[in-house]
Design a protein around this ligand. Structure first.
Ligand code: UD1
Length: 386
């Protein structure tokens, strides 16, 4: 694991390994997991806080890679991860998601003939300008076990010529963490801290004029491109007159806002300052439980993240995705997600539909049931026993 969206995928897998290891039936096949953090993300709010929120153990190895251009970051992970592989000699490497660390660890492993299992395989945006798409395509073609979250992912892999025996539809591992953490998230102090809770309680759509929209924005195509950023911002400014928008800001977006001189468009929100009726409020990036709590009670979510489209679907919270395509079409076809691109008018129109009670609730896709990691482990466990 290396970056923020990896942690909630790894936590349930580690728990499933633990369960396998304490099962009397598998007594002679104990697994010895070695948890490696590449250090692609390193700020407290981008990494450390997730360990506490998700009950993740300390990594066995921390590579301390940090930021850099794609080649540099990927290359550094490969060099350092290869040393771990040589020392540990694992039988299998498990990677999750589509970040640079996913690709780098896969490449380093297969070059040493160590098989790779990719969790969240088969997702395709068909847009190779997205760094994640390159990471997904290469990781999948090199992996031995492909664990997919949805039927579209199976189809994508088959179309690319991947043998069916390597493809296992197991569901969405992120939803395992979400289901396991909901009760804990309810205890989060975030709504109180932000002045959003009434008597400490809040539920979706029930806050009257204290309802809010939750925003995340960090994709290079949206925030590194000034024209695109301005189009999105224009829509957000209109929407924020109707409903306050909370924006936990990714470091990339923060940097870009400063570069473009747009900092003044966002109001800082530090306790005891409370959310008023209008405005876009910037917050530091949030930990898993605080963010989940905010999602659970948001009137709607606006995002360009991959994982948040899925989490909103799992929670039945309407989601507007600031992208013209998604590698997660099931969130649109079955879930609560609507693609709005960076088109100012379309973003405003869809937000107003939601505010007028016409938001999409969707249904929860098959196998997004909190048991994905167990299914992965029962397949890998069988292989280990063989
Ligand atoms: C990465 C993933 C993206 C994922 C996102 C979630 C790749 C190619 N992209 O993008 O798929 O959605 O993580 O956050 O792997 N920075 C900090 N502190 C940190 C980490 C990053 O300040 O802890 C800053 C640095 O200036 C860095 C920039 O953010 O240069 C971008 O970080 P990077 O890991 O390169 O990509 P993300 O945009 O975070």
């Amino acid at each position: 694991m290396g970056a923020r969206p990896n942690f909630m995928k790894i936590a349930p897998i580690l728990r499933a390994i633990e369960k396998f290891n304490t099962d009397p039936q598998t007594e002679h096949h104990r697994l010895d997991p070695c948890l490696v953090h590449t250090g692609q993300h390193y700020d407290f709010e981008m990494s450390r806080i997730f360990f506490k929120d998700l009950d993740l153990p300390e990594p066995d190895v921390h590579l301390g890679i940090g930021s850099g251009m794609h080649g540099e970051q990927t290359g550094r992970v490969m060099i350092e991860f290869e040393k771990v592989l040589v020392a540990e000699k694992p039988d299998l490497v498990i990677v999750v998601g589509d970040v640079n660390s996913t690709l780098a660890c896969t490449l380093a492993s297969v070059k040493l003939n160590i098989p790779v299992a990719h969790v969240e395989a088969g997702l395709r945006s068909f847009d190779r300008t997205m760094p994640e798409e390159i990471n997904r395509v290469v990781t999948d073609v090199l992996s031995t076990y492909l664990f997919t979250p949805s039927p579209d992912a199976d189809e994508n892999l088959k179309r690319e010529g991947i043998q069916e025996e390597r493809i296992f539809r197991v569901g969405n591992v992120m939803v395992d963490s979400l289901i396991a953490s909901k009760q804990k998230a309810l205890k989060s102090s975030i709504l109180n801290n932000l002045g959003l809770a009434e008597n400490g309680h809040a539920s979706a759509h029930s806050l009257g004029n204290r309802s809010y929209a939750l925003l995340t924005l960090h994709r290079p195509s949206n925030v590194d491109d000034q024209e695109s950023f301005l189009k999105i911002l224009k829509a957000l400014q209109v929407i924020s007159k109707e409903v306050p928008i909370l924006f936990p800001m990714h470091p990339r977006s923060k940097k870009q806002l400063e570069t473009f001189g747009l900092r003044h468009c966002f109001q800082p929100l530090y306790p005891p300052l409370k959310v008023g009726n209008a405005g876009i409020y910037s917050l530091a990036p949030l930990g898993y439980l605080h963010f989940l709590r905010l999602m659970m009670s948001a009137t709607f979510v606006v995002t360009d993240s991959g994982g948040i489209q899925e989490e909103a679907t799992a929670l039945g919270v309407p989601c507007l995705t600031i992208r013209s395509i998604t590698e997660r079409p099931i969130t649109v076809n079955e879930g609560s997600n609507t693609l709005v691109g960076n088109n100012t008018e379309r973003i405003i129109e869809e937000a107003s539909n939601i505010l007028n009670g016409r938001g999409k609730k969707g249904v929860i896709p098959d196998l997004w049931d909190g048991k994905t990691a167990e299914r992965i482990m029962s397949i890998l466990g069988e292989m280990a026993i063989k």
